[in-house]
Design a binder for this molecule. Structure first.
Ligand code: ADP
Ligand code: MG
Length: 345
């Protein structure tokens, strides 16, 4: 278990992490979400005592990191895959870590096998691809067979097979009763991996909830309808006491009424439909919604462009960079661009 209390980190005037109080529990994968620059890596560094908090505390199973004897046997972490001495072989890199933490030599070969690097155990790390380096970093995290594991953006730059492997590894580690805390800015990935979510934006806690609850609270499900007889359809819906909102492309969006009922209603009145599609918000959309709100909250100090009322969170200025993990052409919340806009101004 990891417990943060009032954890805060300022770099001069810059607030990287602000007053985070939360508990990361064992037995499940907890996703740590936030756009780039939200403070995820800084939080993880403080968990590992690599950065001193400006205020607040971190406890690992009730203890401060520096009170842990042979810390790799309590908490393992992958922060930077490439932060390995390139001249050392994979096996030697792990052996150095093992010897300084009272871990037997045989464990090095066990974890190399777990991550699929046995065949390149004697190869120097500097020749490793990003995917191999990620695997070596995970081997290091697993070395002390710790109950608590941290992974900072572990799937960045991996191929689909690697992503699939890491996802299953994390779930298995959690199923063994371990505490697994994994950061990402990739919503779609988290939706498949994490059971619990902690979301931060600009260093502050924005959500600490189950995945299911997060989607439920921050998004909506609705039915999209399109008809060449749009006005008739609108009249029909109103006469049934059903609210419909006009959306793009001449379509209507209806909340709270199942698609089946809407289809039967249209059929009973012989109205032609060109579309009748239930829309469920994905985690990505839920997250964008949440981030857009946070931008409004911070509007006085960041000069972001507020989302227009009645439109989905969007308003990305032309030419603004597409955030990593976004699908092309998808509307983006202003929150993603806020850091960039600040740097630019
Ligand atoms: P994330 O991992 O969520 O992308 P980080 O924790 O890396 O975010 O960064 C949070 C904020 O703190 C960013 O605005 C970043 O520029 C700033 N920051 C991080 N490390 C330092 C540092 N050593 N000195 C100054 N600012 C930093
Ligand atoms: Mg980071």
């Amino acid at each position: 278990m990891i417990e943060l209390e009032g954890l805060t980190k300022h770099y001069g005037d810059k607030v990287a992490v602000e007053d985070l109080t939360l508990t990361v529990r064992p037995g499940i994968v907890t996703g740590f979400l936030g756009p780039n620059g939200a403070g995820k890596s800084t939080t993880m560094r403080m968990m590992l005592d690599l950065d001193n908090p400006t205020a607040g505390t971190v406890r690992i199973d009730g203890k401060h990191y520096r009170q842990l004897q042979d810390p790799l046997t309590y908490i393992g972490a992958l922060l930077e895959a490439k932060s390995v001495h390139g001249g050392r072989s994979a096996a030697n890199h792990l052996l150095c870590l093992a010897q300084s933490n009272g871990i037997p030599r045989s464990r090095v070969f066990e974890v190399l096998d777990t991550v699929g690097l046995s065949a390149v155990a004697k190869k120097r790390a500097k020749g490793f691809s990003l995917g191999m380096s990620q695997r070596l970093g995970i081997a290091a995290a697993l070395l002390g067979d710790p109950q608590v594991l941290l992974f900072d953006e572990p799937v960045n730059g991996l191929d689909p097979e690697g992503i699939h492997w890491i996802r299953n590894l994390m779930k298995n580690l959690a199923a063994q009763g371990r505490t697994v805390f994994v950061s990402s800015h990739l919503m779609s990935e988290m939706a498949l991996t994490a059971e619990h979510l902690i979301v931060i934006g600009q260093g502050r806690l924005m959500a600490d909830t189950s995945m299911r609850e997060f989607i439920h609270q921050n998004s909506r499900s609705y039915v999209r309808m399109r008809s060449p007889e749009r006005e008739k359809l609108l009249d029909l819906l109103h006469s049934e006491g059903i609210d419909a909102v006009a959306a793009g492309n001449g379509s209507l969006e209806v909340d709270g009424v199942p698609a089946d009922r809407l289809g039967e209603l249209a059929a009973a009145h012989q109205l032609v439909l060109h579309e009748l599609s239930p829309q469920h918000a994905s985690l990505e959309e839920a997250f964008m919604q949440l981030t857009a709100d946070s931008v409004e909250y911070h509007a006085h100090d960041g000069e972001p462009v507020p989302a227009q009322a009645g439109s989905p969170p969007g308003g990305r200025s032309p030419g603004a960079p597409q955030p990593a993990g976004a699908r092309p052409g998808e509307p983006q919340p202003t929150g993603w661009g806020a850091d960039w806009q600040k740097k630019r101004s």
